[in-house]
Design a protein around this ligand. Structure first.
Ligand code: NAD
Length: 387
């Protein structure tokens, strides 16, 4: 099998990398940036990490900080208008997955026009707009290196998956020092998001030797460091490991795809406004248990990569250990069930079929080791309610 691998043209990784923004722009022959971020980053002064460096280099900039968590199409439309009204030659996206995804979609729409809905899968979003320089401030989504953006259609509450080279940042600046201020809940949710990316990339029907190495490395780093990163926010080693793992897991899933957890997680996020990493976490143990029988060896290798069993351990025992650890991780990181989160029970159960159909339509479940029917997904959603 041939594997097509796509990555940003430049990746700068390590403490202090964000200060090199001007050098990265110069390598891309860019000098007129639009900075895209969110209200927290602006109001806390964190956009200063970029603007102060740009000011020192006499580079004019404009800020668009109206992005929202779990980005919506209306914000993308506003952002695309700003791109087209200005004289920009690149977009710098600073923030978690939400500002980065918004920036990607803005450049697509500003360049190609139409409606953002036109770009969702199965469309291949290869249209290239302005280059995006992505600077993550959470250790989670890996969006800085993926050819993916996820935008919610506000009218239908559908989280639309958009994939193609047009979504791939030109450069990723990965500086773990930006994550020290991430609060406990977001550290936990984004960390489990990365773990889900790594596990799903590893068991995906589209996995390949290149993505396998990245996925296994990410799993090992996350298993060792996720609890410390959450409980000790200033733990440099843990934050660095989680940031590296997030980027590795992003590269893994972008080139191998995600599977059933992500397929089923997006509708929960869209209908009930649950943060992406948290909706993944609500489903990861249950969906892994459902899928395990179809890829016992691969899941056993995940357990080994996570340091849960010794090399050469019995496959069934290793998978059992993996399932136990995923459940324990949710307990340790205080992941609520949909019921505990406060989702309205009647609404949740009335949407089971719609959520399952949207999950199937996203294509992600087809990459799962065990491809589910709509009825099986409905059962999984029911089981997840209070698990
Ligand atoms: P986010 O970007 O929505 O941020 C969550 C919260 O954390 C926000 O309030 C934000 O202001 C805050 N925050 C961010 N950085 C911070 C920092 N350094 N210190 C303190 N607070 C900080 O969350 P996320 O989980 O990073 O991104 C979620 C989005 O990413 C979802 O829309 C999801 O669909 C998308 N996603 C995209 C991909 C991809 O490949 N494109 C992959 C996975 C998820």
């Amino acid at each position: 099998m041939l594997a097509t691998i796509t990555t940003p043209r430049i990746m700068l990784i390590g403490a202090g990398a964000v200060a090199e923004i001007v050098d990265v722009m110069a390598k891309l022959a860019c000098s007129k940036p639009l900075l895209v971020s969110d209200p927290y980053m602006r109001d806390s002064g964190k956009t200063g990490h970029i603007t102060e460096v740009l000011d020192t280099a006499d580079i004019p900039w404009q800020l668009f900080a109206d992005t929202v968590p779990e980005p919506t199409d209306d914000v993308v439309i506003r952002g695309a208008e700003i791109i087209n009204q200005g004289d920009f030659d690149c977009v710098i996206a600073l923030g978690g997955g939400s500002p980065i995804d918004t920036a990607k979609a803005m450049t697509l729409l500003a360049h190609g026009g139409g409606s953002i809905r036109d770009y969702k899968v199965p469309h291949q979003a290869n249209e290239s707009g302005l280059p995006v320089i992505a600077i993550p401030t959470t250790a989670g989504t890996g969006s800085e290196v993926t050819k993916v953006t996820v935008i919610t259609d506000k009218a239908s509450d559908e989280k639309m998956l958009i994939m193609g080279l047009g979504c791939l940042p030109a450069a990723a600046i990965v500086d773990y020092e930006l994550t020290f201020s991430v609060p406990y809940r977001t550290s936990a949710d984004t960390g489990i998001d990365s773990l889900t990316h790594a596990i799903e990339a590893y068991v995906s029907a589209k996995h390949n030797p290149y993505t396998d190495t990245l996925a296994l490395s990410a799993m090992g780093l996350i298993a060792l460091n996720i609890r410390s990163a959450c409980n000790e926010p200033s733990n440099k080693a843990a934050r660095e490991a989680m940031m590296l793992a997030a980027t590795q897991a992003g590269m893994a899933f972008s080139n191998a795809s995600v599977c059933l957890v992500h397929g089923m997680s997006r509708p929960i996020g869209a209908f009930f406004h649950v943060a992406h990493g948290l909706s993944n976490a609500m489903l990861l143990p249950l969906v892994t248990a459902f899928s395990a029988e179809a890829a016992m060896e691969r899941y056993a290798e995940c357990a080994q990569a996570m340091g849960l069993v010794k090399p050469g351990s019995d496959t069934a025992a290793a998978v059992k250990r993996l399932l136990a650890e995923l459940r324990q991780l949710n307990i340790d990181l205080k992941v609520p069930s949909p019921k505990e989160y406060g989702i309205d029970k009647e609404e949740y159960f009335s949407l089971l079929n719609t959520m399952a159909e949207q999950a199937l339509a996203s294509g992600s479940p087809n990459n799962n080791p065990k491809v589910p029917t709509v009825d099986e997904m409905v059962t999984l959603y029911k089981d997840a309610w209070d698990t």
